[in-house]
Design a protein around this ligand. Structure first.
Ligand code: SF4
Length: 709
């Protein structure tokens, strides 16, 4: 049921991983007033520019309102029959692993759960990946290497209680604005020192106590140097390291080969010795340190090592799992964490289970799955390459726009054209991805934010409800319902007889607790018996919520406080990281290094924020930032236009001259698409070499050339 027009509905912002609570007041005309939820512990009533403009982005303009097959409107019956029939035929002819799913951190956990169950348990294809691969999969890999599990150790209160906040590869002021407000409050109230580490001097860097504008890709040198410095200063917590960790000596030995001194660290990072020394001294003498890391770390061909280099320094000092200290991955998307929980990444199974025989069998038995997969599938970059090679014949994309956001997007458009079956579950009829076509193309209208019900998990492991406050437009349906109907047509009706999001959530919670004796971190078994009413009323809560604890409905703010981790011996692992090296260094033909990112007021490919004139006014056209010296060298003028060319593609962008970028670097935001700016797609310029451990593609360092147009 849709709430009455005078109701105030508590829900969660659909943009970033901060996961702010929102109060929506529907007006009965398809719109709603929006305010921050003062009771939500992520934001206590605050909203940033994007969240507060949510009411301006509602409406049916450009919505996909009916199923479409090969350009013609059809009934749901016809569309679902086409999808089920096509998948069945392709699985029979080419095997189930010729089918792939590309999901999204925008999906609700319940949608994500059903997609994984359908693909990995019933269709029998391991090739399920998500745009979260582009967002935080290196943080996942770093967590798993260090902790034996994908566990974020801390909580937002740690940001309030830290004396030193180190922000690595994060323009927090723009990309996680409400968390940044908490950091600024901590600075005002307790004198917290803020250090930023980023090749660009962003707004966050402008306001920091110390900004380290290091060379692109040199983070592992900086944190290797810090590990050496901590050891040299006697700041390593030897008792903690001996009792709770393994691998310290090897990690330190490797760090000594990378950055043995402050001078060597400065040389490797392009920083001054004075700045390196100042940062090292701050970190050494301050016990309450939180190191937040985000896309500047993750979106790298060495992203996993960068994450582990940071975690190494926290393990060495025992600064983890305690108030005001710990490494903290800032998640990009609203439900990237929920996707990890259900196994939405190709290298995860479900409920944080891995692909060992024991856990595969657990999931098989829990689902009564006839076609359980037994190993990892292809990660996003490899998946789209396999489509181009013809190995993947059917692709189902849900809630994401890879034609704009994936590296080498031009090649992806060509690859999709060769698919036998291309299914897109979408809100918009006009996204670049919805406009692409294959031999058989099916567009399925999905519910949008405000129309659907479910849960999301934010960066601090907090599960919150997204609630419905608007009517479904046209024939749009929930993603879980669409997939369940396809499953029924494939003969799996009993396993997909879902009638509500609450029912799916209970199953997901029960799976997390299934034969879990405490060896798995993700356990929300305490929520497995929620009634529909209790599910609807669920207040934001942090996992784990285990039935083994004293109160199964009470979450836990911090993990690892007892120094016990999820490895077989309960010890955390130091990782001996590789020396920094760009996957693609600059060349004579492409002498600049292109860094991509975001602006303050847009989200991803602008399919929602682009509807708000207020948000679009911040930066109206796609642009590129360049240092004044380079602008002079390449005869570029402020406000003029330039062609940015890489080995993959070219784009025409407005020139912004700024000494916030290093000489030799350029920066361009990733939001614009062919739908919003001709020749403005920036990620299409990027080659996207994947990290060898996580598979996350490099989006921060692509050789490029510039010329005026
Ligand atoms: Fe939404 Fe993130 Fe802004 Fe909060 S900080 S209102 S979650 S975009």
């Amino acid at each position: 049921t849709v709430p009455a027009s005078d109701a105030v509905v508590k829900t969660t912002c659909p943009y970033c991983g901060v996961g702010c609570g929102v109060l929506a007041s529907p007006d009965g005309q398809g719109g709603a007033g929006i305010a921050g939820d003062t009771e939500h512990p992520a934001n206590f009533g605050r909203l940033c520019s994007k969240g507060s403009a949510l009411g301006e982005t509602l409406g049916f303009e450009d919505r996909l309102l009916h199923p479409i097959v090969d350009g013609a409107r059809v009934s749901w019956e016809g569309a679902l029959g086409t999808v089920a029939g096509g998948l069945k035929k392709i699985a029979e002819q080419h095997g189930p692993d010729s089918i792939a799913f590309y999901l999204s951190g925008q999906l609700l956990t319940e949608d994500y759960y059903v997609a994984n169950k359908l693909a990995k348990g019933f269709l029998g294809t391991p090739h399920v990946d998500t745009n979260s691969r582009l967002c935080m999969s290196s943080a996942v890999a770093a967590h798993r290497r260090a902790f034996g599990s994908d566990t974020v150790p801390g909580c937002y209160e740690d940001l309030d209680e830290a004396d030193l906040l180190v922000l690595v590869g994060s323009n927090t002021a723009w990309c996680h604005p409400i968390l940044y407000r908490r950091m600024a409050d901590a600075k005002a109230k307790r004198g917290t020192t803020i250090v930023t580490i980023d090749p660009r001097r962003t707004q966050t860097g402008e306001e920091a106590d110390l900004h380290l504008g290091l060379k692109p890709g040199s983070d592992t040198a900086l944190f290797s140097g810090l590990l050496v410095h901590l050891a040299g200063q006697g700041a390593v917590d030897r008792a903690y390291v001996a009792e709770h960790t393994a691998g310290f000596d090897a990690a330190l030995e490797r760090a000594l080969t990378i950055a043995p001194t402050i001078a060597a660290t400065a040389a490797a990072t392009g920083l001054s010795e004075a700045d390196v020394g100042r940062f090292f001294a701050l970190f050494t003498r301050t016990r309450r340190v939180v190191t937040c890391f985000s896309q500047g770390v993750n979106q790298s061909a060495q992203g996993t090592d960068k994450g582990n280099a940071i975690i190494n320094c926290h393990l060495a000092t025992g600064r983890i799992g305690q108030p005001g200290m710990g490494p903290f991955s800032l998640t990009g998307q609203p439900n990237a964490m929920g996707g990890r929980e259900v196994g939405g990444l190709a290298n995860m199974l479900a409920a944080h289970m891995h692909f060992d025989n024991h856990e595969v069998d657990k999931v098989r038995r829990f689902w009564s799955a006839p076609n359980i997969i037994t190993g990892e599938g292809m990660k996003a970059v490899a998946m789209f390459e396999a489509i181009a090679r013809g190995k993947i014949k059917a692709l189902w994309v849900m809630g994401t726009n890879p034609l704009v956001s994936m590296p080498r997007a031009d090649e992806i458009r060509a690859a999709i054209a060769g698919l036998d079956l291309y299914v897109v579950s979408e809100v918009l009829a006009t996204s670049d991805t919805a406009r692409a076509t294959a031999k058989k193309t099916v567009l399925l209208p999905a519910l949008a934010w405000g129309e659907k019900d479910g849960t999301v998990t934010n960066s601090e492991r907090r599960i919150s409800r997204q609630r419905r406050f608007l009517k479904a437009p046209g024939a749009a349906r929930a993603d879980w319902a669409i997939m369940s109907d396809v499953a029924k047509r494939l003969g799996h009706g009993a396993a997909f007889a879902y009638t509500s999001a609450a029912q799916i959530f209970r199953e997901h919670a029960a799976l997390s607790a299934f034969e879990n004796d405490g060896t798995r971190d993700f356990d929300i078994g305490g929520l497995a018996d929620l009634s529909d009413r209790a599910y609807d009323a669920t207040a934001p809560v942090q996992w784990p919520l285990t039935k083994r604890g004293p109160d199964p409905r009470k979450g836990r703010a911090r993990m690892f406080a007892d120094g016990r981790f999820y490895t077989f011996d309960k010890r955390a692992r130091f990782v001996a990281v590789q020396p920094p090296a760009l996957a693609q260094p600059a060349t004579a033909e492409h002498p600049l290094i292109l860094n991509t990112g975001r602006v303050r007021d847009h989200w991803h490919t602008m399919t929602r924020t682009g509807k708000s004139q207020r948000l679009s006014a911040h930066r109206a056209v796609p642009f590129v930032e360049i240092h004044p010296d380079d602008a002079a060298r390449y005869r570029l003028t402020e406000g003029g236009f330039a062609r940015v060319t890489t080995a993959n593609s070219s784009a025409i962008l407005e020139v912004t001259i700024s000494d916030g970028v290093r000489p030799g670097d350029i920066f361009a935001p990733m939001h614009w698409s062919d739908m919003t700016a001709s020749n403005g797609r920036v990620v299409a310029l990027v080659r996207g070499t994947p990290d060898p451990v996580s598979g996350q593609p490099e989006l921060k360092a692509t050789p490029a050339a510039m010329e005026p147009v």
